[in-house]
Design a protein around this ligand. Structure first.
Ligand SMILES: [Zn+2]
Length: 717
């Protein structure tokens, strides 16, 4: 392990509130990881802040008739407070409108210019002659060439989700004046990304740069590496790092042609991690530089998959182009969380807003955290449902965890007035880990330690779902320990045995009070109070427990007095869930276009085809696989070129799914493949098989695949 850690979480855009997809994508995984490192006594700094520049903010300000400053102040405060309420424990939550950030970004720009990293280029851009200014993509609206939506933006159509450029819009008009924009030449600085392609490819795929091993590529997620390679394979192009805008970081004034130019928001935003670290260091009278420049620092970026290219290719290129900075050792990006069968959408208000959740469900911060971690989209998209949320609280948090803790504390009070008894350590009893086995206090304490180590290893590998599962196994084993040994019955005949069993169960509870902290920090604190243990100070508490357990020592010793038992979690009643579902249904109804109000008649299913024999079916060799890479096929708007891992080999498959799936969203998805279909050339590419898809009456396509984590290359029968 490295000497110190600098952990970043994607800067939220100060243009709207946080929803649960943001939490599940970047902030919860980062928070779990950082809290764990702190508990293990590591030197770690966790930085984040509001991204307060970019045209979307000025567009919004104009729409609401306020200044951009008012917009960012409002959302910065609201986002910062929401993070605090849901227990995301940054060391600093900074903002990119701070002068320190402007200076830091401008210094970067100067240094890149001085190092010959920019190419100054003139290009034609839309200009509003009435308003007298160049138009950012967001300032231009027009008709979407894909879906004919008349209010598509110059960079994206929010109706069909297509990525656009302003020149693709039909009948473009300026949002400033309504005038039709004209083309005018303007000068910008382009980062020569093409010159960075070779080392980036080597670094991403081997972990090596400048002849040094900087990270182990096996620890990177497949879909992250796959998306990077898909970009690299298309060839990196010089990318404009400046914009004609009136809100943002100025191009340093001493540079010729700087007038009216701002830094591209994706140049300044990641530098925001550095300025946040500088501010933190200044607040704590320490030096920021080791956290960004010392090879003994592990830099880790937590982000959602939509930011992979910026954090894995463009920002590393910027850091290298500047010189003197370390590169990230990992970018454990998550995929997307969906909500009740649909994509989360800010513009359609299809979301669970975190600030509303904490207001409507006080005291249930950890209920949400638990459900989000359990369903975290680590390898592929996942889904939040209110029913699933209710069930995870009622069954797992109340039934398993809180039930166990409560039983142990109640029995400790009933039998020993809440004072931990001394025990005969040689007594044998039934193990909570295996009903067939017996063990002693020391044996079982050792098994508990092994489990705790297993949990830590999963956190270190960014497998937070698995880590949470192992944590809950500790609680399940505690419950089993009580069930197998029945202390409430045995107390009459064998009181000495009951002492051993309950004291051991109490060790489980005490270990949980620390191990819960990265996942459920509020519950961990409530549990510490009930156990009458010191509040955690986030400095090596878990390491101390490891050390005690390694030496065979109990975590809570004889004569320690416990506080009264309370319920750690309570059931969520059906009415609460019904209310939340009704709220979403109202949103769905409001989104429904009026013309679709009358329901169309259901389409008839096509008739079943002619009967076949089993032998006919057995000729089809259908295998499981995983999509490693995906890219568009030139001049074929329906086709994607895929690389599919079949376990024993990788295949190139051309698939007609491009109208239904974006290449970047399907990397890492598990599929089933017809593996013995004769190869066929499509648009000059040999397709070596076929991905099986479900199709509905409207011609929509859906992947079919095995359950999560299924191995590649095995038969489907
Ligand atoms: Zn569209």
């Amino acid at each position: 392990m490295k000497k110190r850690y600098l952990v970043t979480a994607a800067l939220p855009y100060a243009n709207g509130p946080l929803h649960i997809g943001h939490l599940a994508g970047a902030y919860l995984p980062a928070d779990i990881y950082v809290r764990y490192l702190r508990l293990m006594g590591k030197d770690v700094v966790f930085v984040c802040g509001s991204d307060e520049h970019g045209a979307a903010i000025t567009v919004r300000a104009r729409k609401e008739g306020v200044t951009p400053r008012e917009i960012v102040d409002k959302y910065h405060t609201s986002i910062r407070d929401t993070f605090e309420k849901i227990g995301i424990a940054f060391d600093i939550y900074h903002r990119t409108s701070e002068p320190l950030h402007h200076e830091t970004s401008q210094d970067f720009f100067r240094k890149l210019l001085q190092n010959g990293q920019f190419e100054e280029k003139e290009s034609d851009q839309y200009y509003d002659e009435v308003a007298g200014q160049f138009l950012a993509d967001r300032y231009i609206i027009g008709t979407c060439p894909v879906c004919a939506n008349t209010d598509a933006y110059g960079d994206q159509c929010e109706k069909c989700g297509s990525t656009l450029s302003p020149t693709q819009l039909i009948n473009p008009r300026s949002t400033l004046s309504g005038a039709a924009p004209v083309m005018r030449p303007t000068t910008h600085w382009y980062l020569k990304l093409d010159e960075h392609e070779a080392w980036l490819r080597e670094w991403i795929n081997t972990g090596q740069a400048d002849g040094q091993q900087l990270h182990d590529p096996a620890t990177w997620k497949n879909h992250v590496v796959g998306q990077c390679n898909s970009w690299l394979d298309q060839g990196l192009q010089p990318r404009a790092m400046t914009r004609d805008l009136d809100w943002g970081v100025d191009v340093p004034g001493e540079i010729p042609h700087a007038q009216g130019k701002k830094l591209y928001v994706w140049l300044d935003a990641p530098i925001g991690y550095i300025s946040a670290t500088k501010q933190w260091a200044s607040d704590h009278h320490t030096n920021w530089e080791p956290y960004w420049k010392d090879k003994e620092t592990a830099l880790i970026h937590f982000i959602g998959k939509d930011n992979i290219v910026f954090h894995c290719l463009i920002f590393p290129a910027i850091l290298k182009a500047h010189g003197g900075f370390i590169l990230p050792v990992n970018v454990p990006a998550n995929q997307f969380l969906n909500l009740e069968g649909n994509k989360l959408s800010t513009s359609k208000n299809w979301a669970v807003w975190v600030h509303e959740y904490v207001a409507e469900m006080p005291g249930r911060e950890d209920d949400l955290r638990y459900n989000m971690i359990k369903n975290m989209p680590e390898q592929r998209d996942s889904e939040f449902t209110w029913k699933g949320f209710q069930e995870s609280t009622n069954t797992e948090l109340v039934g398993n965890l809180a039930g166990f803790v409560h039983r142990v504390l109640v029995l400790m009070h009933k039998n020993y007035t809440g004072v931990v008894p001394a025990i005969d350590a040689n007594r044998e009893f039934k193990s909570g880990w295996n009903a067939e086995q017996v063990g002693t206090f020391d044996d079982e304490l050792h098994l508990l330690h092994l489990k705790l180590e297993e949990m830590g290893r999963e956190i270190e590998r960014f497998n937070f779902r698995d880590a949470l599962r192992i944590l809950m196994e500790i609680s399940s084993a505690g419950n089993a320990l009580l069930q197998f040994n029945e202390p409430w019955k045995t107390i009459k005949d064998d009181p000495e045995l009951v002492k051993v069993v309950l004291k051991l169960a109490l060790q489980y509870v005490a270990v949980l009070s620390v191990a819960l902290r990265p996942f459920l920090p509020f519950a961990a604190q409530r549990l510490r109070d009930q156990l009458n243990l010191q509040p955690l100070n986030d400095d090596r508490d878990l390491l101390d427990i490891h050390n005690e357990l390694a030496e065979g020592n109990p975590v809570i010793r004889a004569n320690h007095a416990l506080n009264p038992a309370e319920h750690l979690f309570t059931r969520i009643p059906d009415e609460v869930i019904a209310e939340q579902i009704a709220k979403l249904q109202a949103t769905a109804q409001a989104n429904q276009p009026a013309v679709e109000a009358s329901e169309p008649a259901p389409a008839a299913h096509p008739p079943v085809q002619d009967e076949i024999q089993y032998d006919d079916f057995a000729k089809l060799d259908i295998r499981t696989g995983t999509i490693l890479e995906a890219s568009r096929v030139e001049k074929a708007d329906k086709l994607l070129k895929l690389t599919v891992d079949l376990g024993f080999e990788k295949r190139t498959i051309v698939s007609g799914i491009a109208l239904h799936y974006q290449p970047e969203e399907i990397i890492g998805r598990q599929v089933v493949v017809l593996a013995n279909l004769a190869p066929r050339k499509m648009r000059g590419i040999e397709s070596q098989g076929m991905i099986l898809m479900a199709e509905d009456a409207e011609g929509r396509l859906s992947f079919v695949g095995p359950q999560e984590g299924w191995p590649n290359g095995w038969g489907v029968k």
